[in-house]
Design a protein around this ligand. Structure first.
Ligand SMILES: CC(C)(COP(=O)(O)OP(=O)(O)OC[C@H]1O[C@@H](n2cnc3c(N)ncnc32)[C@H](O)[C@@H]1OP(=O)(O)O)[C@@H](O)C(=O)NCCC(=O)NCCS
Length: 167
């Protein structure tokens, strides 16, 4: 599979907006709004680029056949910086081709090998079985189900919590 990760650039803006200006996609994410105007998309992408410079946030563009198709991220470190939280999204047009699974595999390798993490955690909405499957395929273990307010939705939703430890 012709897939690689690299740091996002402001020149990714067109593809970035196309992918994230999607109501169904962003309802599974926190930190994104819909609709996403071009200027809001630019701000969001610039925010990611700035966060990447700080050292506690590692967000990669997923490049498939030389196209920007999504993002994978390690963020929100624990106090000892040995645990990070994984996030990911792939544009709807590219779903069910194994791209998120491969991108997550690459992200995990980065986390365990380069960042020397001991544990990577993730969570997904219970109504998002594709996301749970991506985690399962990458060897995550299910920890627990919780009810949590997500984003500005205002109501509590069921969230599945997962972890993968360094072998
Ligand atoms: C979740 C998401 C990243 C998956 O991306 P993807 O590139 O399609 O993922 P993959 O193709 O690697 O794997 C998807 C798996 O889910 C399975 N799947 C898809 N829809 C499913 C469904 N409704 N029920 C059960 N399994 C489903 C696929 O069959 C595949 O499993 P398989 O390889 O065993 O057949 C993508 O749908 C997305 O970006 N969604 C919006 C953002 C999001 O949810 N991010 C995660 C937040 S926790």
């Amino acid at each position: 599979m012709n897939l690689r990760l690299r740091k996002p650039k402001i020149s990714d803006i067109k593809s970035f907006r196309k992918i994230f200006n999607d109501k169904e996609l962003v309802k599974q994410l926190s930190g994104y709004k819909y609709p996403l105007s071009l200027s809001e998309a630019k701000n969001k992408l610039q925010e990611i680029i700035n966060l990447n410079k700080k050292g506690n946030h590692h967000e990669f563009a997923i490049i498939y056949n030389n196209q920007f198709v999504g993002l994978v991220c390690l963020e929100k470190p624990s106090k000892d910086k040995k645990t990070f939280t994984l996030g990911y999204a792939v544009g709807r047009k590219y779903w069910n081709k194994g791209l998120a699974s491969k991108a997550v595999e690459n992200g995990l390798n980065f986390g365990f090998s380069k960042l020397k993490l001991k544990r990577i955690i993730a969570d997904n909405n219970k109504d998002n079985p594709a996301s749970a499957r991506v985690l399962e395929k990458n060897g995550f273990s299910f920890i627990k189900e919780i009810k949590k307010k997500r984003g500005k939705i205002g109501r509590k939703i069921n969230i599945l919590c997962w972890e993968k430890k360094l072998k």
